[in-house]
Design a protein around this ligand. Structure first.
Ligand code: UD1
Length: 420
């Protein structure tokens, strides 16, 4: 998507059926995992988002041959002959840090600039480094991160916290390391299980332990496979929240609703009707939205930090006072000043936001602060009286294939415009 803004005229209840794009947070580690071994991997339902485009560019620089046809990406990693990722893509996306584990697994050496990503917090990589050290990697940290693992071998990986990225990096490095690895605590996010299912399809031996850890028996080589990425639970959650905010009624066919358990339970507490049928997940919001007295974001299966800003946009018009505490990322209230421009009554301290519901939001000229914050502004604008313009939508394109197309199909008055 070229640099463009969004114009949204609020007040239309969203209605209809919407299919959800492939999951960003599953596709990114799976693509990094394609460079392990030489077989050809075909990734179906790979979302067309900027983070995927950047990841594919990094893979090409490393020597992969990549072909996209429709929603399938075919990766031939037999030509990978480099161990250094450079270029602007590596600096732009946070998930480029996954090439640390993937390159160690493939080349036994990795050189990366420090990773980028959304400005939602300090986002250190100490847990990634600690995990890989426990598998025998040596690190030299200066302007770049250099990792060397002549003697990579399986072992006990203890993480100080169940970091999603650190768990993925440990899996990527351990899967072809000789011996057995146990990662705990390991992140429980469904995207981790997608990565494991993809690698097991290539011949890896990875399983969840009863306690939720991850056990890996190293294998010598990995073959090719064909894998279909599951639907994106954060995109689905965004659209459910948008429908609730506009008092709409939508259906999402064939969605694994358990992955959104925390959101669906919360929506019900807010007075929204949610039915998890065999064929579809259905939401209908015909009553006023009730405030949420207290909510904390938490690792899976808790309420996802990625839906915190979109939820806040809904609570701006809820009946009563809500309080949200952000426990994962320290800078995830950057949407607040934008919502305040629309008349929202929000007070924040470093980790908690108190939102006093008001009857109506007014349209405004807005700027996306980050990926999910941008989606939150879209939700706010869908509820506002009048037309709002959102600039800086390049953030939104990092995670949503085409938010304008999707919401337009549900009846929203939304269109791309040239950015000023
Ligand atoms: C992933 C997701 C992101 C989601 C997040 C939390 C991808 C591509 N991104 O990000 O959408 O918001 O999980 O569900 O999957 N931390 C450290 N040291 C580390 C690593 C992390 O202190 O070495 C901290 C982070 O700063 C953050 C917390 O741990 O405060 C959680 O981070 P983590 O689970 O690693 O998230 P990501 O993998 O970056």
């Amino acid at each position: 998507m070229d640099v463009s803004g969004l114009e949204i005229t609020g007040g239309v209840p969203l209605r209809g059926e919407i299919c959800i794009q492939g999951s960003k947070n599953a596709a990114l580690p799976i693509l990094a995992a394609c460079i392990l071994g030489e077989g050809i991997c075909e990734i179906e339902n790979c979302p067309r988002i900027d983070d995927v485009a950047d990841t594919l560019a990094i893979m090409q620089r490393l020597g992969c041959r990549i072909r996209r046809s429709g929603d399938t990406v075919r990766v031939d990693a037999s030509g990978v002959d480099r161990f250094e990722t450079g270029g602007e893509e590596t600096a732009r996306i946070r998930s480029s840090v996954l090439f640390l584990g993937a390159l160690l697994g493939r080349m036994r050496k990795a050189v990366l600039p420090l990773p980028g990503g959304c400005a939602i917090g300090a986002r250190p990589i100490d847990q990634h480094i600690a995990a890989l050290r426990q598998l025998g990697a040596r690190f030299f940290l200066e302007e770049k991160v250099t990792a060397d693992a002549g003697a990579l071998k399986g072992g006990r990986v203890r993480l100080a916290m169940p970091s999603v990225g650190a768990t993925e990096n440990a899996i990527l490095a351990a899967v072809t390391a000789p011996g057995e690895t146990l990662i705990s605590p390991a992140a429980r996010e469904p995207e981790i299980d997608e990565l494991c299912a993809f690698l097991n399809g290539r011949g890896a031996q990875i399983m969840r332990t009863e306690e939720g850890g991850i056990r890996i028996v190293g294998v010598r080589r990995l073959g090719g496979t064909r894998y279909r990425v599951g639907p994106d639970r954060i995109v689905a959650g965004t659209y459910l929240l948008a429908a609730a905010a506009t008092r709409g009624q939508i259906e999402i066919p064939e969605f694994p609703h358990q992955e959104l358990g925390a959101l669906l339970a919360l929506l019900r507490r807010m007075g929204v009707t949610v039915v998890c049928g065999e064929r579809a997940l259905c939401l209908s919001a015909d009553r006023p939205i009730r405030a949420v007295p207290y909510l904390e974001t938490a690792p899976y299966p808790g309420f996802p930090t990625d839906l915190q800003s979109p939820l806040m946009a809904v609570l701006c018009r809820a009946r009563g006072e809500s309080c949200i505490c952000e426990t994962i990322f320290e800078s995830r209230f950057r949407t607040v000043p934008q919502l305040q421009k629309m008349g929202a009554k929000i007070q924040t301290d470093s980790r908690c936001a108190v939102i006093k519901g008001i009857p109506a939001l007014t349209s405004a000229s807005l700027t996306s602060p980050d990926l999910r914050g941008g989606a939150a502004l879209v939700i706010a604008a869908l509820q506002a009286n009048g037309s709002s313009v959102i600039q800086n939508t390049r953030y939104i394109a990092r995670g949503y294939e085409d938010i304008c197309r999707d919401l337009g199909r549900l009846g929203a008055k939304i269109r791309w415009i040239e950015e000023e």
